[in-house]
Write a protein that binds this ligand. Structure first.
Ligand code: DC
Length: 228
């Protein structure tokens, strides 16, 4: 089936665009970051939030991660992905700063990455997919002709996130704190030994700083090649 790989740094707008695009063309939107977040939350629940952060990664070093063991379920219905632990949809809880601060221990684990990648490829066997993340174009779906890399400055991304949070009535972080978090995550994501954030050589680069969501969407639509 056709896959559209959409990569970019935190706050580049890729999840929003991926959702809009998937809805428009009737594909499934697979949010790979949400899967890493769900595994992180399940690990926090298992180990406790006071655990030494290194323990999170160590949990996955020995063998292939068994998501069933952690009770993780990525459920697809009506073209939407829900991220569950047991029977509980944890869509909100995976976005807390507590989870975000620990993701790198999970994202650095090769076993964990292999498990997420396998799941994403299984989705792609079944349905057309808009997959967003950091390594969709480079590692997970290197053969798709549809690769896009979204970019924007740290300041623009922080401002967007800040306004989004305020819109949700959440003023727990200042603009400066968000900017610092995004810059730190960029550093971690770009320097990961496996699955680092990188534009695939054949990906189309879109700087979204001065573009509306609709503008970004129409640029992507103009380039997509379908293959069924
Ligand atoms: O897209 P996001 O901000 O929700 O992703 C959260 C983290 O998950 C990100 O900082 C690094 C990790 N991640 C990854 O390593 N590989 C991906 N394909 C997607 C996310």
């Amino acid at each position: 089936m056709s896959v559209i790989a959409l990569d970019g740094p935190a706050g580049s707008g890729k999840s929003t665009i991926a959702g809009m695009l998937a809805e428009k063309i009737g594909f499934l939107h697979a949010d790979s970051g949400a899967i890493y977040r769900t595994i992180t939350l399940a690990s926090v629940q298992k180990l406790g939030s006071g655990a030494d952060p290194e323990q999170f990664g160590a949990m996955f070093q020995k063998s292939d991660l068994d998501p069933d063991g952690l009770g993780i379920r990525v459920v697809v219905s009506d073209g939407r992905q829900s991220n569950c632990i047991g029977n509980v949809d944890v869509g909100r809880e995976i976005r807390t700063p507590e989870v975000t601060a620990r993701i790198r221990y999970i994202a650095d684990s090769v076993n964990c990455r292999n498990t997420v990648n396998r799941l994403l490829r299984e989705f792609a066997d079944e349905t057309g997919l808009v997959a967003d993340g950091r390594d969709m174009g480079t590692i997970v779906f290197p053969d798709t002709p549809n690769k896009f890399f979204l970019e924007a400055s740290v300041q623009v991304r922080a401002k967007r996130r800040y306004e989004e949070m305020l819109g949700q009535g959440n003023s727990s972080q200042s603009l400066a704190e968000i900017e610092r978090d995004i810059a730190r995550r960029d550093e971690e994501d770009r320097n990961r030994a496996v699955g680092a954030l990188r534009k695939a050589d054949d990906a189309i680069l879109i700087d979204t700083s001065d573009l509306s969501r609709e503008d970004v969407l129409s640029r992507i639509l103009a380039h997509i090649q379908f293959r069924f």
